[in-house]
Design a protein around this ligand. Structure first.
Ligand code: DGL
Length: 258
């Protein structure tokens, strides 16, 4: 089936998922919406996040997408249930990897870096309550400013280092051994984060598990593209420009009003 896979995020964050997905699924056509006009989602109300997510899914449905990937933890944790009730296409979301961290921690302390609305969401807190063992402590931190800085594309590693130290050092002092990255944008900060945290702290990023899940879903629904034609990856943004540091040459990048 050569209908594209639809993907959306508030900006470049979901490209970290697409980057791996395009290698895992080399035949698949893809349409990616970067809703950077409305970025960041993380400080918006639940209703705003829901209506932006519905708008994005409707636009992706116009491209006849066979599946929609919500490549944004904030949109997933605040809207996935309603999206599945509203949109007629299978929807896959991404959530912070709490479960593996809780299952594997030895120090019984876990750090979670995510957006304000992800940390506040019902889905995040339900997952937390369902998986937390009595003796495991979760140390949450909102990644204030990080998404905006990444979207702007003008900040140096030094700038990120300065701000991330403020977020991570208190967690390190709590003796965490797992750091859950609960925002797809933060994938681009892994190098800087690794320079701050000691080696014994493992980073839980959900890029690989979500991609495996997408592959398994397409396979089980028998909707993988088996055709041998050269595939097409379209990236659309609706803001002034898209920070191009993270864009591969393979992508067709265009402005779209959505
Ligand atoms: N990439 C989104 C996420 O995973 C970014 C959130 C935002 O726009 O604030 O949560």
């Amino acid at each position: 089936m050569d209908n594209p896979i639809g993907i959306f995020d508030s900006g470049i964050g979901g490209l970290s998922i697409l980057e791996k997905l395009k290698e895992l699924l080399p035949n698949e056509n893809m349409v990616y919406l970067a809703d950077n006009l409305n970025c960041p989602y993380g400080s918006k109300s639940k209703n705003e996040i829901l209506s932006l997510s519905i708008k994005n899914c409707k636009k992706l449905s116009e491209f006849n997408c066979k599946v929609i990937i919500v490549a944004c933890n904030t949109a997933t944790t605040n809207s996935i249930k309603r999206l599945r009730e509203t949109i007629q296409v299978p929807i896959i979301g991404v959530e912070p990897g709490l479960k593996p961290a809780i299952m594997q921690t030895e120090t019984k302390n876990i750090g979670v870096l995510a957006t304000e609305k992800t940390l506040e969401s019902k889905l995040f807190n339900n997952t937390l309550n369902e998986n937390t063992l009595n003796n495991v402590k979760i140390h949450e931190q909102i990644g204030f400013k990080l998404v905006k800085m990444l979207e702007g594309g003008n900040n140096s590693k030094k700038d990120f280092n300065k701000i991330l130290k403020l977020y991570l050092i208190p967690m390190i002092n709590k003796n965490i051994d797992y750091l859950v990255l609960g925002c797809t944008h933060y994938h681009y900060l892994i190098d800087v984060i690794k320079n701050i945290i000691p080696e014994n702290i493992r980073i839980v990023d959900t890029i690989s598990p979500i991609n495996q899940h997408i592959y398994n879903t397409l396979k089980s629904k028998n909707i993988l593209n088996k055709g041998g034609k050269k595939r097409n990856i379209e990236i659309f943004f609706n803001g002034k420009r898209l920070a191009n540091k993270y864009l591969d040459k393979e992508y067709n990048l265009n402005y779209l009003n959505f």
